[in-house]
Ligand binder design. Sequence first.
Ligand code: FES
Ligand code: FES
Length: 157
Amino acid sequence: MKILIALKVNGVLREVAVEPNRTLLDVIREEIGLTGTKKGCDEGDCGACTVLLQGKPVNACLVLALDARGKDIVTIEGLSGDGGFHPLQEAFLRYNAFQCGYCTPGMLMAAKAILDQNPSPTEQQVREGLVGNLCRCTNYSRIVQAVLSTAEGAVRP
Ligand code: FES
Ligand code: FES
């Protein structure tokens, strides 16, 4: 049995009919069509599916779509807001902080959450904030440096 719900994704209300056990990840990708949020492990281990729920990073594969009703959801498509690149995205490009890019949307959303909470994090705080986001093919140091370069007061190369 499906239930009609409204989800607020990137500031837009979307009505979708979902089974009660459907995850937010599957609804975002398959019903709403925002495929920037990636499915890796589908069991909460990799962080590829990270979105912001009420400003906090969550693994969308572990959240039921029903439980996201009435909450603000931000996906990678909503990161910049204006359609251009967000400074974090520019930094990832500048630092070559990705290879295949599969982990990148989740990394960026987790990084945004870190900086939203603390605009001037230490390297250790960035590493701790990204601990749930796994990358199989690039250098974590580049990702951390990209995030740090976007922090308030950072000297950009
Ligand atoms: S797909 Fe959700 S944590 Fe891996
Ligand atoms: S860039 Fe390939 S998994 Fe991270």
